[in-house]
Write a protein that binds this ligand. Structure first.
Ligand code: SF4
Ligand code: FES
Length: 375
């Protein structure tokens, strides 16, 4: 057994835990950030496992739980999980595609303990939205769900993923968020992880599109202050400084996969050399504090130069480990989004080149993993 950590090395508890209840999903979005290899229904954690994990999260000091997926409402035990989370004093957020959730079901989830709902939208207009989702009628269903949230007094955030096919309609998406009564809108340029990396060239916006979206968002933020909060996630490939991915590796968030693996971020399994513990075998608190994977890139001890001597090392924590691996071939180096990386210029050129070329066809993902029973 590993020796106990020195008191000053014991990490603060995570703020939030994200439970990927299932990878099953009715949509087929080309920018899906879930991994290439999905977890099948037969390997998903059982209800009793998730109930235990919620207890361990509360014990660890977690404040918020995000029920996510795939599409988390495909789990019939969601009300039971919400009820338990609420009884433990956890703030409960549901991240949903909104497809397949009728008003009655929404009411039942609210009564079970749901505090907040986060709904993805693919576009402001039906044709574009349904094309991205790969699902006819999805946009209409999302709008209905958003309106039910208003009727039931359930706080709503809309999440709009932006790319070269919908960048011109960001102003319309802001109007849609207002019309639907959302309190918050996240305008997030596509992040290229998991399946989304396959569609990077089909989704990459031009520099001009990026600048236009930024101007629209900045104007709306001023105009709508006090009415609608707008979070803005800029595209990594055009940036000069990386984001503090997940608020720093193993510092604020925990991600648990449908089969129970505990990850510092949703893409961490792309770092093949790391072993990720499962809640089937170890307690969540022990994994958070002591597991090799969580300790590997936590803090600044792991950093090479130039991060080690950089004034931003405790601001962005060297950027994203998974992106460093994807673009520079190593997880233990600085994120090449940083202009101090020797790979930075190549990343910028790649973005320019892909965005200027004709967009390739989307590669839609087959959401139901092989060997699954029907949901
Ligand atoms: Fe961040 Fe490292 Fe770049 Fe400094 S050198 S800005 S710490 S990625
Ligand atoms: Fe894994 Fe950024 S997605 S560290």
């Amino acid at each position: 057994m590993a020796p106990p950590l020195r008191a000053e090395r014991v990490p603060a508890p995570p703020l939030a835990v994200l439970l990927e209840l299932t990878h099953r999903c009715p949509l087929s979005c080309p920018y899906c950030s879930n991994p290439l290899q999905l977890v099948g229904l037969r390997d998903e954690l059982a209800t009793a496992d998730w109930l235990r994990v919620l207890g361990e999260a509360a014990e660890l000091g977690v404040l918020q739980v995000h029920f996510s997926g795939g599409e988390p409402t495909l789990r019939k035990d969601l009300p039971e999980l919400l009820q338990h989370a609420r009884s433990l004093g956890l703030y409960c957020n549901l991240i949903t595609s909104g497809v397949g959730v009728e008003r009655e079901r929404l009411l039942a989830l609210q009564q079970a303990g749901l505090d907040h709902l986060q709904l993805s939208i693919q576009d402001s207009e039906e044709r574009g939205a349904d094309r991205i989702a790969g699902y006819a009628g999805s946009h209409r269903r999302k709008l209905a769900l958003a309106r039910w949230c208003g009727e039931l007094g359930l706080p709503l955030t809309l999440n709009a993923v932006v790319h070269r096919h919908n960048a011109e309609r960001v102003a319309a998406m802001i109007e849609l968020a207002l019309d639907l009564g959302a309190g918050r809108l996240e305008v997030a340029h596509t992040q290229y992880y998991g399946w989304g990396l396959k569609n990077r060239a089909a989704l990459m916006p031009t520099r001009a599109q990026l600048d236009a979206v930024t101007a629209v968002v900045e104007d709306a933020r001023l105009r709508l202050r006090g009415t609608l909060t707008i979070d803005y996630v800029t595209p990594d490939y055009y940036a000069r400084r990386p984001k503090a991915c997940m608020g720093g590796w193993a510092q604020r968030f925990v991600n648990i996969t449908p089969e129970g693996k505990v990850l510092p971020c949703h893409a961490a399994e792309t770092i093949a050399e790391l072993h990720f513990d499962s809640v089937r075998e170890r307690g969540l608190g022990e994994i958070w504090r002591e597991s090799d994977a969580f300790q590997r890139y936590r803090g600044t001890d792991w950093m090479p130069e130039p991060c080690r001597g950089c004034e931003r090392r405790e601001i962005d924590w060297g950027g994203c480990r998974c992106q460093a691996l994807a673009l520079s071939g190593r997880a233990d180096t600085l994120d090449p989004v940083c202009d101090r990386s020797p790979d930075h210029a190549a990343v910028r050129e790649l973005a320019e080149r892909e965005s200027q070329a004709p967009a390739p066809e989307f590669v839609y993902r087959k959401i139901r993993p092989a060997g699954n029973r029907a949901p």
